[in-house]
Write a protein that binds this ligand. Structure first.
Ligand code: ATP
Length: 296
């Protein structure tokens, strides 16, 4: 199975709800940067991980892919003794929903392995229990997310977006970034991004220049407060001719929009040369959500 990374092209964060989540309005896009998850029947539930940041991923029952296997096993009456192997390409704690991608891949994989033939909606319903981003990791494409991000409406857009991802280490904890936002809002007025109308119009018209201008993320000031070095990375990307640059979700990954694939490759090379980030990846979007693929 493989499942894609996500970006938030627009993320407005509303009030803190009594259940500890924030109300969100977000525009997700799935990117062609994937984790691969392999499931094999075994004597016990195990998790092994390889790839970038593998040492930061839990190998016990708290791993989101393991939680997905256990949840679906309980819901469908199947045996959760599965060996889970994850090959990570999505940055860990990078604001690109890597853990959610692994959970989505595990849900799709269990459904195939057990022949339970659940609908995407049933899988998304289980996914929402595991994390707010899991339904989108299943869905893929470009979608408007509301609620805590788990209620999805597909966004009809045309064209391809060419992205460069600038990865930073160490990762940022999503709860810590939300906590910093709450702290900033408590301390005084904080600028907020407007509604997603401009992003949606730009996507509809396949207008990359307008999309670059309209990218917005309410979590960005909080991520910048916790990781001030990201500001110069954002500035550098814009000075190099990016159409837009934004902190992805809770960061610290910075997503840089280029006008076309050739320019994106050049931007990736230039950002690598500047040495301000740990690694640079090229990825285009939108792509499909979690899918069964042949192992390779
Ligand atoms: P999001 O954008 O959804 O807020 P993120 O991309 O910032 O998340 P993740 O890579 O999903 O962050 O990981 C966040 C934390 O979740 C990690 O630090 C790790 O401890 C834990 N975790 C649990 N399962 C996984 C997994 N399969 N892959 C990565 N991290 C996992």
């Amino acid at each position: 199975m493989r499942a894609p990374a996500k970006l938030n092209l627009h993320l407005s964060v509303g009030r803190l709800r009594p259940d500890g989540f924030h109300d969100l309005v977000t525009v997700f896009q799935a990117l062609g940067l994937y984790d691969q998850v392999t499931l094999t029947r075994a004597d016990e539930l195990t998790v092994t991980v390889e790839g970038e940041g593998a040492d930061l991923v839990p190998l016990d029952a708290t791993n989101l892919a393991a939680r997905a296997v256990c949840l679906l096993a309980a819901r469908t009456g199947n045996d959760a003794r599965i060996a889970i192997h994850i090959r990570k390409d999505i940055p860990v704690a990078g604001g690109c929903a890597g853990g959610s991608a692994d959970a989505a891949a595990a849900l799709v994989g269990c459904d195939a392995l057990w022949g339970t033939d659940l609908t995407r909606d049933q899988l998304a319903d289980a996914g929402a229990v595991l994390g707010s981003d899991v339904p989108f990791s299943l869905h893929g494409g470009t979608a408007l997310g509301t609620g805590r991000g788990e209620q999805l409406t597909p966004v009809l857009g045309q064209g391809n977006c060419c992205w460069v991802l600038a990865l930073s280490e160490p990762g940022l904890s999503t709860p810590a970034v939300y906590g910093e936002l709450d702290r900033q809002r408590h301390a005084g007025p904080v600028g907020v991004v407007s509604d997603p109308a401009e992003v949606l119009a730009a996507l509809r018209q396949a207008d990359a220049v307008a999309l670059g201008r309209s990218l917005g993320n309410d979590l960005q000031p909080a991520a910048l407060a916790l990781r001030p070095a990201l500001r110069s990375l954002l500035d550098a990307a814009r000075e190099l001719g990016a159409l837009g640059a934004i902190v992805s979700g809770s960061g610290p990954t910075v997503a840089v929009l280029a006008r076309d694939a050739t320019y994106a490759d050049a931007l990736a090379a230039a950002l690598t040369g500047q040495g301000q980030c740990a690694a640079v990846r090229r990825a285009d979007g939108p792509v499909a959500g979690a899918r069964v693929v042949e192992a390779h």
